[in-house]
Design a binder for this molecule. Structure first.
Ligand code: ATP
Ligand code: MG
Length: 409
């Protein structure tokens, strides 16, 4: 048997990027041989094994053939007569279809190196169209390497468009989509992921609620960029620039969905878009079975981002309600994520990227003031049960009023 490094590890070494996980391909071996050497199988009908010591993935060289709709409809053929070239041709992009042996010798039948130099994401063969997930993968790689100047080859984009409009994309499971979406959002240029999906008509299928924001104007005084879709991309870009976690990036992507529902006659204003957008945010959350923390933050940011911007105008009682709604006493991190999401929203506006956002520290201060109220003295005063809850609320309100008064001075 011969063993080669493949895929991302080869690509990223040639790009001079750090290599995190290594995928290997094994040519000329059988599953029985792998098991005899101590490799552990991954699942039952997949020719992939884990190395007994490193835990890295070793896949038997294989060919695959499409048979029916979706991902379930693949027939794999792994046997010792499958060559390295056979295995590489079924891969998605030429830059992902290179292999390297133990001596550092490169096998590159589909000219991945040339495309790396040309900064091109190009499909390996027409079989690309057999797995619609590749639409998301290519968009994700575009988001990752945008900073290096990569773009998508026109033929590849055309194939992606065909996959998007043929109904194939709908066949993907929520789990596979979410894995790509969440990874793409964590790349350096997540807005490029959305742009690419839009360019190949996949956004309309995967996230029609986000797609609907493009072409919807906002008031130029607050939004010099005017377009709601452009604004959303810019907010996402800021979230990545400021190294925000997935929860915040997800919330940024979905915060303004309500603007896509505003009747044209009301443009460019979007009265109550925060509220109207909630059912759309919920639908997207559920479509991809997003993790709970992502779902929650997206809904809260959707509903309350304008509160964040108007923080200085909020009455002490409204501040208190906001803090209670976030359960800031038990979930301080979630409130902090709300605050930064609001800040990203404020910075994702053309020409206003560097405008200070004093609301953030003001909201943090309000949270601290309310959190500083302790329950023990109230218990000592004899409060119990619901009355204790009421007393605690009164004290927090007083603390917030005092905070407002000092913050003003
Ligand atoms: P990353 O740095 O994100 O891990 P990667 O290129 O290593 O990037 P993996 O998902 O680890 O991506 O897959 C390893 C390799 O397997 C890819 O480089 C590609 O050659 C191939 N591959 C993975 N998924 C697909 C797919 N859906 N279609 C075609 N080839 C794929
Ligand atoms: Mg990998």
């Amino acid at each position: 048997m011969k063993i080669y490094k493949v895929g991302g590890a080869v690509r990223d070494r040639l790009l001079g990027k750090p290599v995190t996980d290594i995928d290997w391909v094994v040519v000329g071996a059988t599953a029985e041989q792998m098991l005899a050497e101590g490799y552990r199988p991954v699942g039952s009908d997949f020719p992939v094994f884990l190395h007994p010591k490193t835990g890295e993935e070793y896949a038997l060289a294989r060919t695959e053939r499409k048979n029916g709709h979706g991902y379930g409809g693949f027939i794999f053929h792994a046997s010792p007569d499958v060559t390295l070239e056979d295995d590489l041709i079924r891969r998605d992009l030429t830059i992902n279809a290179m292999a390297e042996d133990g001596n550092g010798h490169l096998t590159d039948p589909y000219h991945g190196q040339q495309d790396l130099e040309a900064r091109l994401l190009r499909h390996v063969s027409p079989a690309f169209a057999e797995d619609p997930l590749r639409v998301l993968r290519v968009a994700r790689f575009a988001a990752r390497y945008a900073g290096l100047g990569f773009s998508i080859a026109p033929d590849t984009l055309e194939l992606m468009r065909q996959l998007s409009t043929s109904g194939e994309l709908q066949a993907l499971t929520p789990e596979r989509c979410w894995k790509e979406i969440s990874r793409a959002l964590m790349e350096d240029h997540p807005q490029v992921f959305i742009e690419v999906l839009r360019n190949c008509d996949a956004l309309e299928v995967l996230l029609p609620e986000v797609n609907a924001l493009f072409g919807v104007p906002q008031p130029p005084a607050h939004h010099p960029e005017i377009d709601s879709g452009v604004h959303t991309l810019s907010v996402l870009e800021k979230a990545a620039l400021h190294r925000q976690p997935l929860t915040v990036r997800w919330a940024c992507l979905l915060h303004d969905l309500g603007k896509g529902l505003t009747p044209e006659s009301e443009w460019p204003r979007h009265i109550a878009h925060e509220h109207k957008g909630l059912r759309l945010i919920k639908a997207v959350n559920e479509r991809y079975k997003a993790p709970r923390d992502c779902q929650e933050l997206a809904l809260l940011v959707g509903e309350y981002h304008t509160h964040g911007h108007r923080a200085f105008e909020l009455k002490a009682s409204t501040l208190l309600e906001l803090l209670q709604r976030f359960d800031v006493y038990r979930r301080p991190q979630r409130f902090e994520e709300f605050v930064v999401a609001c800040e990203m929203d404020a910075k994702g506006r053309l020409g206003l990227e560097n405008r200070p956002y004093p609301q953030a520290d003001y909201l943090r201060g309000a949270a601290l003031a309310a959190q500083a109220v302790t329950v023990q003295p109230l218990i000592e005063q004899g409060f119990k049960g619901p009355e204790l809850g009421e007393a605690l609320k009164r004290e927090r309100l007083k603390a917030l009023q005092a905070y407002k008064d000092t913050a003003k001075r």
